[in-house]
Design a binder for this molecule. Structure first.
Ligand code: ATP
Ligand code: MG
Length: 243
């Protein structure tokens, strides 16, 4: 039992969850390593949602609201950390949810789908086809899901796939604590925030933004601004810590 008074309670709970879901075969061992890299960057951010990240979350909600065919692509880490946060986001954004795994096996696909459904998420079903310009199984997706999406939310994505989705002309929103990653630099919009802090904000903004406000936000953002703001917070955090 982790004491709620522990100063790093949230981080310890997340680790416990990931370890448990790794034992169940939902999270891959590679996913655990990726989480560690995220935590290091979160430390530099101060483990909080910055003002610029909150603005990015608002813009992301605006993009999802304005989309014709929004899709949320869910991997093992996202399902393990945030299954209960996805149903409200799906409700408010109207997005389809598709499971898409880097380390894809039929068994993991089924376990993750079941976990999401147990938390009230409507998960797309169908026969995956090789539709993305990528090698191996990462090319697999649903024709009526990711392949047809105009706006995609892909939390904790890998850079390669993010670039492939952009090349297909899609608006790609990612959530990534590392503003230096290829994912962060190649997405249309990068939310530099921790997944479980970011999703509830997105959900709230999806219902609170007026149509007019959403249209203005979706037109006028620059991803470089959000990346530079995150780097700047981290630069200052690091200098302060090393002083
Ligand atoms: P690339 O440069 O191709 O994007 P990458 O190493 O970033 O490489 P992955 O390892 O697939 O690609 O991405 C995982 C990334 O997701 C981590 O590096 C980390 O920054 C981020 N991440 C991990 N856990 C979280 C989390 N809970 N919330 C937000 N971001 C996270
Ligand atoms: Mg990445």
């Amino acid at each position: 039992m982790i004491p709620p008074t522990h100063p790093r309670y949230r981080s310890l709970v997340a680790r416990e969850r990931l370890a448990r879901y790794a034992a169940e075969g939902i999270v891959s061992l590679e996913g655990l390593a990726a989480h560690g890299r995220g935590e290091a960057f979160d430390y530099l951010l101060g483990e909080r949602t910055t003002e610029s990240a909150l603005l990015a979350e608002k813009v992301a909600a605006a993009l999802m609201r304005g989309a014709e065919r929004p899709v949320i692509s869910v991997n093992g880490n996202t399902a393990a950390l945030a299954a209960e946060l996805l149903a409200p986001l799906q409700e408010n954004s109207g997005a389809k949810v598709e499971v898409n795994l880097f380390h894809r096996t039929e068994e993991r696909m089924q376990k993750i789908t079941r976990l999401l459904r147990d938390h009230g998420v409507r998960v797309e079903e169908g026969v995956a086809e090789r539709l993305l310009p990528l090698s191996h199984d990462r090319a697999l997706c649903l024709r009526e899901g990711i392949y047809s999406a105009d706006v995609l939310l892909v939390p904790l994505e890998d850079g390669d796939r993010c670039q492939a989705l952009r090349k297909m002309g899609k608006t790609v929103i990612t959530i990534d604590l590392n503003p230096l990653s290829r994912t962060a630099r190649s997405a249309s919009l990068t939310i530099v925030d921790e997944l479980t802090r970011a999703l509830p904000h997105l959900t709230t903004f999806c219902s609170s933004l007026s149509g007019e406000e959403a249209a203005v936000l979706a037109e006028s953002f620059k991803n470089d601004y959000f990346l530079e703001a995150a780097r700047d917070t981290m630069r200052r955090g690091l200098l302060h810590a090393l002083d």
